[in-house]
Design a protein around this ligand. Structure first.
Ligand code: HEC
Length: 230
C-alpha cells in the first residue's frame, strides 16, 4: 500500500514537472455551446474576422492549401478548418491555437513568416471558446465614410494581406506591415490595382475571396485622399 502511494506521488510529481515545461497558453473562459451550422451572433465573426486570418496566414501555397495540405490540414474554409485540431469551447486543448504560441520549429506560421499578432491570437482563442461557430453576416460593420489608415486600412492589411506580405521573405517582395511600406504600393498604383483586381495586376488577396465592395471603397477613398498616415 505504502509503495503504491509512493509510486503515485512520484508519477504526479513527474506529471507536474512535465506540465510546467510546456509553453504557457493563456487560459480563456470556456463556452461549450454546441455548433449549430451557420449562425449570426454578437461574438467573434468567423466569416469576416477568422477565415481571412486562416486564408492569408495558413492556407498558402506550400502550406495548408488544398494542393499541399501539409500535416493533412487544409485551412481554407469553415468545413476544412473544423476537420481536426480544434476542440470547440476549448482553445487551450486545440492544437491549431496552441501552435501559435510555440517557438522554434513547432511555431506556426513557421519562419520566415511573421507571427500572428497578440490580438489576432486572442481573437482565434476567443472564437474557439465561443464554440468555434460558423458565424456569418455578424456584428462587423463596414462604413465607407471611415477610411483612416490606423483604424481601417491597417486592419484590412493585417486581416487579409500580411499573412503573405510580411516576414523576411514577403510574397512578391512586397511588405504591407507598416504605413511606409503600404505607401510604396499606393504610389506605384499596385495597391488599388491588386484589390480591385484590375486587368494587368495580380488579383489580391491571392487564393481568397475578393475584399467586400465596402472595403475596396475604403481603400480607394484613402488613396484618393492622398493616403495619409492618419
Ligand atoms: C496567400 C498569399 C497572399 C495574400 C493573402 C495576399 N497576397 Fe498579395 N501577392 C501574393 C503573391 C505571391 C504576389 C506576387 C504575384 C503573384 O504571384 O500572384 C502578390 C502580389 C501583390 C501585389 C503586386 C501586384 C502586381 O500586380 O504587381 C500587391 C500590390 C499585393 N500583392 C497586395 C496585396 C494585398 C493588398 C493583399 C490583401 C488584401 C494581398 N496582397 C494578399 C500573395 C498574397
Amino acid at each position: 500500500m505504502k509503495k503504491t502511494i509512493a509510486f503515485l506521488l512520484l508519477i504526479s510529481t513527474v506529471v507536474v514537472l512535465i506540465n510546467s515545461c510546456k509553453h504557457e497558453v493563456p487560459i480563456l473562459t470556456v463556452d461549450t455551446t454546441p455548433q449549430t451550422g451557420p449562425v449570426a451572433n454578437n461574438g467573434v465573426c468567423f466569416e469576416s474576422e477568422i477565415l481571412p486570418l486562416f486564408q492569408s496566414n495558413c492556407a498558402k501555397s506550400g502550406c495548408h492549401d488544398a494542393a499541399t495540405h501539409s500535416e493533412d490540414l487544409i485551412l481554407d474554409s469553415y468545413a476544412n478548418i473544423m476537420r481536426k485540431d480544434i476542440v470547440p469551447g476549448r482553445a487551450d486543448n486545440s492544437k491549431i491555437y496552441r501552435v501559435l504560441f510555440e517557438t522554434g520549429k513547432d511555431k506556426m506560421p513557421p519562419a520566415p513568416n511573421a507571427d500572428l499578432t497578440a490580438a489576432q491570437k486572442a481573437l482565434i482563442g476567443k472564437w474557439i471558446n465561443e464554440g468555434a461557430k460558423n458565424t456569418v453576416n455578424c456584428n462587423v460593420t463596414c462604413d465607407t465614410t471611415q477610411f483612416k489608415y490606423g483604424a481601417t486600412i491597417s486592419v484590412i492589411m493585417s486581416t487579409f494581406c500580411t499573412g503573405c506580405h510580411s516576414g523576411t521573405a514577403p510574397s512578391g517582395n512586397i511588405d504591407l506591415t507598416t504605413y511606409a511600406k503600404v505607401k510604396i504600393q499606393v504610389d506605384n498604383g499596385r495597391l488599388v490595382g491588386a484589390v480591385t483586381q484590375a486587368a494587368g495586376y495580380a488579383a489580391m488577396p491571392k487564393d481568397a475571396n475578393k475584399l467586400k465592395d465596402c472595403q475596396i471603397t475604403q481603400v480607394k477613398k484613402w488613396v484618393a485622399a492622398g493616403a495619409p498616415n492618419n
